[in-house]
Design a protein around this ligand. Sequence first.
Ligand SMILES: Cc1cc2nc3c(=O)[nH]c(=O)nc-3n(C[C@H](O)[C@H](O)[C@H](O)COP(=O)(O)OP(=O)(O)OC[C@H]3O[C@@H](n4cnc5c(N)ncnc54)[C@H](O)[C@@H]3O)c2cc1C
Length: 339
Amino acid sequence: MSTRKSEVLIIGAGLSGVSAARRLQGAGVDVLLLDKGRSVGGRMSTRRIGNGAADHGAQFFTATTPEFQRVVDGWEAEGLAFFWDIGWSTGSFTGNESEGHTRYAAKGGMNRLMKHLAADIPTETNVRIVAVRQTEKGWEAEAEGGGLYQSAALILTPPPPQALALLQAGNVHLTAMDADILGRIHYSSALTGIFRIEGTVTIPAPGAVHRPAEPLPWVADNQQKGVSPDETVVTINSNSDYAQRYWDAPEVEILETMKAALARYLSPGSRVVESQIQRWRYAFPRHTHSQRTLRTSGTRPLFFAGDAFHGPLIEGAWLSGEAAATGLLSDADFITARV
Ligand SMILES: Cc1cc2nc3c(=O)[nH]c(=O)nc-3n(C[C@H](O)[C@H](O)[C@H](O)COP(=O)(O)OP(=O)(O)OC[C@H]3O[C@@H](n4cnc5c(N)ncnc54)[C@H](O)[C@@H]3O)c2cc1C
């Protein structure tokens, strides 16, 4: 079985993993990013359907801190992101209701942004890690199928319930305090439907309707958003109550309820010709840790990162990845292991 070595192994190539990797690589550290998915991006993902595409996880991002605003300004300047809107239509077609937060979207879809950000980082996708264990010199991660990855330090970015299972499988024991902090983090789920439409939709500009009180609060037109220039593709995201209720329901039943919600936005003569469902078990952290990263005590260098660390959302994931990388660069055990 093959063994690949790097100074730092980052499990999870979502935004927090990519942000940690970029900062470490910028400091001259040899990093390797691993993800079980077919592509980088995690919950920032864009899926193809017919000749179209849809953002089917995260839809937009906001910047509430100067640090992240600078990052977003850079993405805008590079043509990776654009100002999408300040508020959303109430669905009344009478115009947008602004509530003050600037929303940015990724040009051409979230996955395009993620691929760009990860382009220069050594990455392996389609690698599902099943256990991580401590070694004399650092860490070893075992992939499904037996491949091994060794490193001096490890950054875990899957949602903590998933990351803890990897430690447990490798018999890594955490202090009671760390186990308690990580064990408190839980996620709510979401269901997403994407619908390819023959014809047009009446979703008002700039291509999204948000009705927070409804079980399917989010309806977006990926064509207006620029993600799907050649075909009309709509994304519908559920709230967590809906996800809980329909989690085990057959796909056809979920699609029927979503299509009923979509019906009011179909132009006369238009119809759904293809649809897909995505079940996000770990969509949004319900309880977040107060710090942007967690360095476990009494272990070889191990940092947790992701949107569950201080949060929120995309901004929180980015800042958490950076915090883990910054923490690692000044970690005495890591510095010693590198020389
Ligand atoms: C439906 C939906 C809508 C959303 N809308 C918005 C929005 O509009 N605005 C916003 O700001 N945020 C939104 N979010 C939240 C946002 O997507 C997340 O906060 C952010 O993408 C989290 O990034 P992350 O790196 O922390 O985690 P993730 O993106 O989840 O990355 C973790 C990665 O770890 C990988 N992984 C897990 N286990 C393993 C393993 N065993 N081996 C290898 N790899 C593994 C996963 O494949 C994944 O790629 C939304 C999320 C969902 C699900």
